[in-house]
Design a protein around this ligand. Sequence first.
Ligand SMILES: [Zn+2]
Length: 268
Amino acid sequence: MPELPEVETVKNGLQELCGTTLKVVITRFPRLRYPLDTTKLNQEAGSKILKVSRRAKYVIIHLERGYLLIHLGMSGRITLLKQNVPLQKHDHVDIVCDNLILRYNDPRRFGCVVYITELENSSILGKLGPEPLEQNFTPDYLYQKIKTRKTPIKQLIMDNAIVVGVGNIYACESLFLSKISPLRNGLDINLKECQILVQNIQKVLHEAIAAGGSSLRDYKNAHGELGYFQQSHNVYGKAKKTCRICSSIIREIRLGQRNSFYCPQCQS
Ligand SMILES: [Zn+2]
C-alpha cells in the first residue's frame, strides 16, 4: 500500500505538469472509491495546472477553478506518459495536459480521482490532523492530543485526526527508535517521550522519502512509472527474527486490526 513517502515521491515526480494546460479527463471505469464528476471537471479544460502538492496521502493538482485529488488506495499507480501507449488492464483514468498524460491504474479500486472546488473545508480533507513533517506537528501538540487517551500509542499516532500519514510501517519503526512499547496508552506517555517520538516519526519519514527519491529515478528510467519502494526495517515484518540492538526475538501482535512488531526488550 502506498504510504506518505511514496505519495510524496509521486508528487515530486509530477512537477512537470505545472504550467501545462488541462485538455481533457477520460474515465474508463468511474466506480472508484468516490465518483469523478467528469462533466464538471471537463469544464476546466483550458485551465493551467498551477501547482501539484500533497496533503496526507492525496496528490492535489491545483487548477484555475478547483482541485483534482488523487488517492492511490491500496494498489493505485500513476504513470506520467510523454506519448500515448496502449492501455493496460485497470487503466481507469487519463488526465491529459498538453503532451503529457497522467494515467491512473488501480486493480483493487480503493483509490480515487475526484474534483473539488473547496480544499481545506472539503469533506475529504477537512478533518485531517497536521502533516508530520510540518512545523505544527510539535511534541507539545502530540502530548496535548494523547495525554488523556486510554488507547495504545501506536493507534494514536496512526489516527489521521491526530497526525496524518504515519502508516503501519512508520508507526512500528518510530516507536522502536523511541524505545516506546506500542501497547502503552497515550496517558502514560510523557512530554519528553513525545519529543523523542515526534523526532523519530520525522526521521523515518525523511529517510523513506530519500530512499524513494533514489529508487524512483531507477524505476522511472525503465518504465516511466512513479511508484513503490522497499526499505530495510528494524522491526516491521521481522517477527521471530532477532533484534539488531539486543538480539531478543521481535514480537508480532494485533493492535487495532493491524499487525504490530516490536522488541519486548528495547521497547517498554
Ligand atoms: Zn531489542
